[in-house]
Write a protein that binds this ligand. Structure first.
Ligand code: BES
Ligand code: MN
Ligand code: ZN
Length: 499
């Protein structure tokens, strides 16, 4: 959809539809009051009839309002003014966009953006508006033969702000929002693709395509031969059970000063995880096509940063493989040697994410990173701990952890920190190798991070376990695009461009 920022007199805006807010007990927002005045009280008279009291979820479309240039007005309930939060606001935006997309207007002006929402400023509200609108309009169609579309979809949305002095801030927010939304959509598209289309080679070709469209992006794909030379025995062991060759995708975006240390994002790109010989139960196994969501979030974040032309050096590293049972697959008890030289006893072949990530993390040392963040659908235990509200965060540096948490909070894409205390490391003891790839009963999310921590000693590192946040199950099954909002916010903060 196209977006713009508008200011001026709301009642004289020529538009097919003006969206205005109503709080509970029929209380018009300040902007709606202005329009009410121009209409000589038409809106308040209508509300008195009792068709709408402004509760959340309510909507009322009204036509031919006197003294107003808009062809119609969509009144949207915002609930109690004192209780308005981002969640209520987002659902009001979502409802309005849905209604308009399914009705006649193909263009509208949104007069909800200047409401006051807790501690959020205009920049945040505008970002949320666009992200929520795009979330609502997102439809996966790639593998459907009939691409169902509404007959008159919403094509243009102008965001109205009353204070002209805020135009500049609003335009900046809009630019950021559109870039982030396009990154989120790219991440969703890649994630939703099935495993027979989205293979490691497919992801590699997507990376090359990104590189062709941007001269600041250098893309390099390491093949299995090259990984062998580097000694990536852990990563390659996972791929042995698959007929699809593994790929190590490296995308270097040089937006910052040449010498400035880069941020490295490492994303798990397991395009299908059947568990290997330690095979998973069959229920919901289809959802293991989403085991590359971490990698997809690296793609989406890079795309967003390139769209924003962020002055930062950013490197995406995506180790990509399948994990399948096969005569040549990893077997429980096998011992593999990682690129770092540390040996690993593979007690459970389903704990494969850490095996591909550890070599990608060791590889990342060569970039002398300012910080490394890995993103992975790593443990089912993370869903047990945090459900689908927050991603799990673990880090070897408290300042970095605080930064990541703040970014998530600011972007409405939250993470929650779990401890990485030394005591947990004991759970990885092996009688036959330097470590086991599983930590036994208890604290599965933490012991997975403990495993990774043994490969991240040379840099500041944070780990995001997105097992519970990367996609939704059930009737609304689909990728969420998380944690692209968190990651882009983190990067905006790093270049002092947030707000
Ligand atoms: N990709 C899975 C984790 C996962 C499972 C994410 C379900 C989201 C939903 C990962 O590779 C895995 O299988 N982890 C195992 C680790 C265990 C064997 C220590 C798990 O969580 O069961
Ligand atoms: Mn697994
Ligand atoms: Zn996995």
């Amino acid at each position: 959809m196209e977006y713009s920022i508008k200011s001026g007199d709301p009642s004289t805006q020529r538009t097919a539809c003006l969206i205005l807010g109503v709080f509970a007990r029929r209380q018009l927002t300040p902007l709606a009051q202005q329009v009410d005045k121009a209409s000589k009280g038409h809106l308040s008279r209508l509300l008195k009839r009792g068709d709408m009291d402004g509760n959340t979820g309510q909507q009322l479309m009204i036509y031919e309002v006197p003294g107003v240039s808009a062809e119609r007005i969509l009144l949207v309930g915002l609930g109690k003014a004192s209780e308005l939060n981002m969640k209520h606001y987002a659902s009001a935006i979502s409802g309005a966009v849905k209604t308009l997309n399914e009705s006649h207007p193909i263009e509208a002006i949104c007069g909800l953006c200047d409401v006051e929402i807790e501690e959020n400023n205009l920049y945040q509200v505008i970002r949320e508006t666009v992200l929520q609108a795009e979330e609502t309009l997102y439809a996966y169609t790639e593998t459907k033969s009939e691409k169902k579309k509404p007959s008159r979809p919403l094509k243009r949305l102008s965001l109205f702000i009353h204070d002209r002095r805020q135009l500049k801030a609003a335009r900046k927010a809009l630019g950021h929002a559109q870039a982030i939304a396009s990154g989120v959509a790219f991440t969703k598209d890649l994630s939703n693709l099935p495993g027979n289309i989205c293979t490691p080679s497919y992801l590699a070709s997507q990376a090359r395509a990104l590189g062709r469209n941007n001269e600041k992006l250098r893309v390099q794909i390491l093949e299995e031969k090259q990984m062998e030379k580097l000694g990536m025995g852990a990563l390659l062991s996972v791929s042995r059970g698959s007929r699809q060759p593994a790929k190590l995708i490296i995308m270097e975006y040089k937006g910052g000063k040449s010498g400035a240390k880069p941020i490295v994002l490492v994303g798990k790109g397991l395009t299908f995880d059947a568990g290997g010989i330690s095979i998973k139960p069959s229920a919901a196994m289809d959802e293991m096509k989403y085991d590359m969501c971490g990698g997809a979030s690296v793609f989406g974040t890079l795309k967003a940063c390139m769209d924003m032309e962020l002055p930062i050096n950013l490197i995406g590293v995506v180790p990509s493989s399948e994990n399948l049972p096969d005569g040549d697959a990893n077997k429980p008890g096998d011992i593999v040697t990682s690129m770092s030289g540390q040996t690993i006893e593979v007690l459970n072949t389903d704990a494969e994410g850490r095996l591909i990530l550890c070599d990608a993390l060791t590889y990342s040392e060569r970039f002398e990173p300012a910080a490394v963040i890995d993103i992975a659908t790593l443990t089912g235990a993370c869903i047990v701990a945090l459900g689908n509200q927050a991603s799990g965060l673990m880090a070897n540096n408290d300042k970095l952890a605080t930064e990541v948490l703040a970014a998530g909070e600011h972007a409405g894409d939250r993470a929650w920190q779990l401890p990485l205390w030394d005591g947990y490391q004991d759970q990885l003891k092996s009688n036959f190798a330097d470590m086991a790839n599983i930590g036994g009963k208890g604290a599965g999310t933490i012991t997975a991070a403990c495993f990774l921590s043994r490969y991240t000693k040379k840099f500041k590192w944070a780990h995001l376990d997105i097992a519970g946040t990367a996609w939704r199950s059930g009737a609304n099954k689909g990728a969420t695009g998380r944690p692209v909002p968190l990651l882009t916010q983190f990067l905006l903060q790093r270049c002092g461009q947030s707000d």
